[in-house]
Design a binder for this molecule. Structure first.
Ligand code: NAD
Length: 352
């Protein structure tokens, strides 16, 4: 048994089909009276559903959430709350909308209720990201952690296969890196293994049978576990590479995770043998790297960085950036190995 610290930043979680109906009750439970509902422009109808549940307690809908959380958007949402005398936010959507809620909470300390509609897991973490003057900043602060999270699988029914698959692979990535985290703990290992199991069993059904609510519930359950792992332990080379690729080459977030994950597992295969065995058991396969590649393929990909906007002449730079600042990874992160990992991911080669 390794020594560990377990310091759980607790959020109240309400899980189940129809849990959105409990929104008004949960706002009152926080001692709040008037909520601003946040969403992307695409998900205005979800925001309207939430506002309908809130009745008189809905102060306004602010459907302007976009990727990367521009600080201006967070400030505009904060001003709306001031004008309307609102005292809490409901963020309904994926990581981008919940990220907007977090940026507002960071500045104002106002409580956030998160209603996730993808599998990204941001709702369970104290990690925030925001863009100011074209530069994306990230950090950890417990103030940004939503106070209450309502997981209603019904809301994921509209998530198309092309978003659901990568979003689920993003969640699996939190779990597998949690297994070999420097600050791994026995509880997080249990959650991570169960998250991998729940997601890998349900996602192929989610993308094939869009109306299968049971599979969507299982995937959302896995996403909750995955988000909890991400919020509690540090990530390693896989997440570092995805942030580098996303930030430098503007590659799409969940798709980048989907492509890179099998190759990061191949990179760490020997150095994190125990974690690989737990992940392989949870996936029901012999080899984690190959199993994740096959899963990504079953979900419809993407499988290659070249297919999601990565320029071939950017691979050297990406490898340099990813190896510049030393950080924890079970295998030392050196240029040649990372360059090879990126080459394999660029072409979408199945791990050997
Ligand atoms: P997203 O929030 O950007 O959503 C992608 C698109 O899908 C949006 O247009 C959204 O409106 C739409 N969408 C979401 N749910 C839908 C549904 N049920 N039906 C129909 N359309 C729906 O995507 P994401 O993958 O959830 O989040 C990615 C962002 O979250 C990234 O910026 C990433 O950095 C961040 N993130 C942060 C953390 C954290 O802990 N801070 C964790 C994971 C991801």
């Amino acid at each position: 048994m390794h020594p560990f610290v377990y310091d759980q930043p607790a959020a109240r979680v309400i899980f189940g089909v129809g849990s959105l109906d409990r929104l008004a009750e949960e706002v009152k439970r926080l001692g709040a009276r008037r909520a601003i509902v946040l969403s992307t422009p695409d998900q205005r109808s979800d925001a309207e559903e939430a506002a309908r549940r809130l009745g008189d307690m809905a102060a306004a809908i602010f459907a302007e959430a976009v990727m990367h959380v521009p600080i201006e958007t967070a400030r505009a949402a904060r001003d709306v709350a001031k004008q309307l005398d609102a005292d809490c936010y409901v963020a309904i959507g994926g990581g981008s909308t919940i990220g907007l809620g977090k940026a507002i909470a960071l500045e104002t300390g106002m409580p956030i209720i998160a209603v996730p509609t993808t599998f990204a897991g941001s709702e369970m973490t104290p990690i925030y990201g925001l863009t100011e003057g074209g530069i994306k900043k990230t950090g950890r602060d417990r103030r940004v952690l939503p106070r209450t999270v309502l997981y209603d699988p019904t809301l994921t029914l509209t998530l198309p296969a092309r978003i659901a698959g990568p979003s689920g692979m993003n969640a699996i990535a939190h779990c597998v890196e949690g297994l070999y985290a420097q600050d791994a703990s026995p509880i997080m290992t249990l959650l991570a293994a169960e998250g991998i199991r729940a997601l890998s069993c349900s996602l192929p059904i989610v993308v094939k049978e869009p109306k299968n609510l049971e599979a969507r519930s299982d995937a959302l359950y896995g996403a909750w576990l995955a988000g909890t792992v991400l919020g509690n332990v540090g990530m390693a080379i896989h997440h570092k590479l995805c942030h580098t690729l996303g930030g430098t080459f503007n590659l799409p977030h969940a798709e980048t995770h989907t492509v890179v994950l099998p190759h990061a597992m191949e990179f760490n295969r020997e150095a994190a043998a125990d974690a690989m065995r737990i992940a392989a058991d949870a996936l029901g396969v012999r080899d984690t790297a190959q199993g994740l590649y096959d899963l990504a393929q079953r979900l419809g990909g993407p499988l290659a960085l070249k297919d999601i906007g990565m320029p071939a002449d950017g691979l050297d730079r990406a490898a340099r950036l990813a190896t510049e600042n030393p950080y924890y990874n079970p295998r030392p992160v050196e240029y040649a190995g990372v360059r090879q990992l990126l080459e394999n991911a660029f072409h979408g080669k199945r791990p050997a």
